[in-house]
Design a protein around this ligand. Structure first.
Ligand code: F6R
Length: 610
């Protein structure tokens, strides 16, 4: 949500900033802008996608070797040129970009207005700019110290970066709640709100923690704490490669990431699954497994697709390990005064590791002295750093806004966790071995599902004009129905709902007519006969049925318009396969409708505001 990039060195900053912004565009695409310091400050910003800004710069470039850039996902103020970042101080001496929300901006704005400051935009960011100016004016402090003092008056979340027109050898950045990292090159530094704009130049990075401020010069950088003390920071090595964040011949990141699922799931298991004791080894969590086994309750907190993975996790952990699980929307958790008791354990699940709602849920649990564990994809993210222990997905970077491979990798990790929690309690060695063997076969089975992509594409061409879709599933495939509906909504803008199949008769059946496709997850599992009855009920009302079922199932051809066959697996593992045709269906429908698949309207990857 909003992307920040910065550069200081000997190259032309605008080239690096524009490239970096393009790599960050998945974080927001309402407007983009850059500020370059070259003896003075030059700012260029444009509504809309980065291409508008880069076209503008091609017509008339800005020379200079230090600068900051921003791609915006609008919160305060419409997406237009004026509200676009960077925002510049009244005297034109410094420019600032911001990710996050200044929650007390109304009070600050009123106070600053009453003291004669003018505002040209509706953003909370401009309030921070004026506040820094005010501190500078009243105290005569250096820009770095004035930023620190201004930030102490701010409530909310921010990742910010500043350049000064008066000092072309200084980049300032600070964070609270919004990620920022510094890439270390040879005599040059790169700033990013994630690793994507940095990875092309260096793998050496320093992660900023909440409350920290960094001053970067060509000769080096210094990080300061909230108390203004200089800190020693560890330099980390990025694990991702440049090719992982490029499209690699695919038309869209989403398709690339759908197709990468065999390797994403394989990587999520690599070195972790054995067909003999100890069967599952989850490095980072091993010291906590006994505590989790003894937990009276495990609470899984997440948002969106990760919340759907958590629902699958509930089936897995309760069925296999017989430990009570509750699944919470992270966005609701903190605000409903949750009952957290001794013996509870919270697991937060997040692709980005930076979702503001999920971080807030994590903090709520920590405040109540409940241990919090993390399942996340992004190495070095806030969740990775601030949970007691955790497991990485190792799915590789996910750039498409619609989450796909992260979901299957999350379900894979949750399966591994459920198996580990079952060991020595509810599952014997033979059963564990059976699950491990089947899990190892899953990547090849996902590949088989992907091999039928053309058939799913054909179906998409027939129903891509529908206005509504219904997705129905039972047991572990109920969350898959929710996920199928979410994928369709977010990238093709078709209204879709997911329901437990048996709930259909309690209401949604009224929607069935000859124009609404109903997608059934109808694997031949313990609830198959019931789902079959539900399919009959839809067919009897002339509904259009698209069924996802097992490879050898011939029952459904007469009843359903289309039958998508996927390889057979153990019931609890079937979401790893059944979700894939639903991802493909939404992808092909969105393409057919001419939608911007990787950058759906109003959305952004990584929602870092509450
Ligand atoms: C949907 C999607 C979102 C995310 C949600 C949580 O395709 O991508 O619903 O799943 O914003 O994001 P993470 O997993 O990064 O916490």
């Amino acid at each position: 949500m909003c992307g920040i990039v910065g550069y200081i060195g000997e190259r032309q900053a605008s080239d690096i900033l524009i490239k970096g912004l393009s790599r960050l565009e998945y974080r927001g695409y309402d407007s983009a802008g850059i500020a370059i310091a070259n003896g003075k400050l030059e700012v260029r910003k444009k509504k809309g996608k980065i291409v508008h800004l880069s076209n503008d710069l091609e017509r008339a470039g800005i020379s200079g070797k230090i600068g900051i850039g921003h791609t915006r996902w609008a919160t305060h103020g419409a997406p237009n040129d004026v509200n676009a970042h960077p925002h510049v101080s009244s005297d034109g001496t410094f420019a600032l970009v911001h990710n996050g929300i200044i929650e007390n901006y109304t009070a600050l704005r009123e106070s600053l207005s009453s003291r004669g400051y003018n505002f040209t935009s509706q953003t909370d960011t401009e309030v921070l700019v004026r506040l820094i100016e005010d501190v500078q004016k009243n105290t005569g402090l250096s820009l770095g110290k004035a930023v620190r003092q201004a930030l102490s008056q701010v409530e909310g979340a921010y990742g910010i970066a500043l350049v000064s027109g008066e000092d072309s050898d200084m980049l300032i950045a600070a964070r609270k709640g919004s990620p920022l990292l510094l890439g270390i090159g040879e005599g040059e530094y790169f700033l990013g709100s994630d690793a994507a704009p940095i990875i092309e130049y260096t793998k050496k990075v320093v992660y900023l923690n909440d409350g920290e401020l960094i001053i970067v010069r060509r000769s080096g950088f210094k990080v300061f704490s909230v108390e203004d003390e200089a800190l020693d920071k560890t330099v980390h090595e990025l694990e991702w490669d440049l090719e992982q964040i490029e499209k690699g011949g695919y038309e869209h990141f989403m398709l690339k990431e759908i197709m990468e699922q065999p390797s994403a799931v394989e990587n999520s298991m690599r070195g972790r699954m054995l067909d003999h004791d100890p069967f599952v080894q989850l490095g980072g969590m091993m010291d906590s497994i006994e505590d989790l086994k003894n937990a009276s309750r495990i609470i899984l907190c997440a948002c969106g697709t990760s919340w759907h993975a958590a629902l699958v996790g509930e089936y897995l952990i309760e069925s296999l390990a017989r430990i009570p699980v509750e699944v919470e929307y992270a966005s609701e958790f903190r605000y409903r005064n949750p009952i957290l008791r001794e013996g509870d354990a919270v697991i937060v699940i997040s692709q980005s590791g930076e979702t503001a709602d999920t971080l807030a849920a994590m903090e709520e649990a920590q405040k109540n002295n409940v241990p919090v564990y993390g399942i996340c994809n992004t190495v070095g993210s806030t969740i990775a750093r601030e949970t007691k222990a955790g497991v990485y997905l190792h799915a590789g970077p996910e750039i498409g806004v619609a989450s796909t491979k992260a979901f299957t990798a999350q379900v894979s990790v949750l399966t591994q966790l459920a198996l580990k929690l079952s060991q020595g309690r509810t599952l014997g060695d033979d059963e564990l071995k059976e699950y491990v063997t089947e899990m190892k076969a899953i990547p090849a089975k996902i590949q088989q599902v992907l091999d039928s992509a053309d058939y799913v594409k054909e179906i998409s061409q027939i129903y891509g004009h529908a206005s509504n879709f219904l997705y129905l599933g039972r047991g572990p495939n109920f969350p898959v129905a929710l996920e199928g509906a979410l994928k369709l909504k977010e990238i093709s803008y078709i209204h879709a709902e997911g329901y437990p199949a048996a709930e259909m008769k309690h209401g949604p059946i009224a929607l069935i007519d000859e124009s609404m496709p109903v997608v059934f997850l109808a694997m031949q599992d313990s609830s198959y006969q019931k789902v079959l009855s539900n399919i009959e009920e839809v067919a009897a009302r002339d509904g259009i049925v698209i069924a996802v079922t097992d490879a050898n199932n011939g029952d459904l051809d007469a009843l359903c318009e289309h039958v998508i066959r996927i390889p057979k697996t153990i019931e609890l593992l079937s979401p790893l396969l059944s979700v894939v045709p639903l991802q493909l269906l939404s992808y092909y429908i969105a393409v057919m409708r001419g939608c911007e698949v990787d950058q759906p309207r109003n959305l952004a990857k990584s929602v870092t505001v509450e």
